[in-house]
Design a binder for this molecule. Structure first.
Ligand code: R5P
Length: 287
């Protein structure tokens, strides 16, 4: 068994390697002047079960290409099997056509990973669990929900209500509500454009409660801020935000400095700049 890290989240790869007590393998990843990527394994991978750790955060297209080239190099060097460990599986938000002449990028990505020689994928909290079915290879779909639950249990939050920001997250919210023995509410939203959300309805009691919002990802923070504003309007207290994947694009950090937010709990599926802001808790998914 050999583990190699791409460049997208070396800290997570080191933590996984320490946890497993398997040292990271030596691989050189560099760029030609044109931006094209070069990969060279600096030790033999012949007959090895190779694990490539590469999350697909920003810059997503670079990180993806790096993973594909790492897989290709390992396959051509006679690895016995290649498992891609992709904590954040990008392009998953386009998993169906919502309008004519749109792509289904989640399916396309699944195909491309297989073409590059990947035999198995390990991922965490896919945007839609049905994406597992887009692959013809095994997919281990892990979740960070256990870590999030454990963390919240120890907080002893007063009058919590678990909030799903949309119908798609309702199942996860219901699970969390069961684990924490708390009520839950669902928000209905419209999307007038990319990264924009407008709350239309809230189903469930939130007044005088502390919302715990559960999300798969925070990208620009736009959805969370709309959800928070909807909750405040209904008389809720400042909320806990829990999301597996902290993409935090654009001015997300500024947006999320919102009086309606008490704490933001995310994982290290995507590398974040170290922050001393006690608004943030980062749970490690390495184990
Ligand atoms: C969409 O359905 C996702 O679950 C997230 O709600 C969304 O992608 C977050 O994006 P942003 O933070 O830009 O609103």
């Amino acid at each position: 068994r050999m583990i190699f890290s791409g460049t997208s989240n070396p800290k997570l790869a080191e933590d996984i390697s320490r946890y497993l007590d398997v040292p990271l393998g030596r691989v050189r990843i560099s760029r030609f002047k044109s931006g094209e990527i070069y990969v060279h394994y600096e030790e033999s991978v012949r007959n090895a079960d190779v694990f490539l750790i590469q999350t697909l955060g920003d810059p997503v297209n670079e990180n993806l290409m790096e993973l594909l080239i790492m897989a290709d190099a390992a396959r051509r060097a006679s690895a016995k099997s290649i498992t891609a460990v992709v904590p954040y599986f990008a392009y998953a938000r386009q998993e169906k056509k919502d309008a004519p002449r749109e792509p289904i990028t989640a399916k396309m990505l699944a195909d491309v990973l297989q073409v590059a020689g990947i035999d198995r994928v390990i991922t965490v909290d896919l945007h839609a669990p049905a994406i597992q079915g887009f692959f013809n290879i095994p997919v281990d779909h892990l979740t960070a929900l256990d870590y999030i639950t454990e963390y919240l249990k120890n907080k002893r939050i007063h009058k919590p209500v678990i909030v799903s920001p949309d119908a798609g997250r309702a199942k996860t919210a219901e699970k969390l509500a069961t684990y924490l023995d708390a009520p839950f509410a669902i928000m209905m939203k419209k999307r007038p454009g990319h990264n924009k959300a407008k709350i239309t309805h809230i189903i469930g009691e939130v007044e005088d409660h502390t919302p715990i919002i559960i999300e798969d990802m925070i990208d620009t923070g736009g959805t969370i801020v709309s959800v928070i504003e909807g909750l405040i309007e209904k008389g809720a207290h400042p909320a806990y935000i829990c999301a597996t994947h902290p993409l935090f694009s654009n001015d997300a950090f500024t947006k999320l400095k919102h009086p309606g937010i008490r704490e933001i709990v995310v994982t290290d599926s995507i590398a974040l700049p170290t922050t001393t802001d006690d608004h943030y808790t980062i749970l490690s998914i390495a184990p």
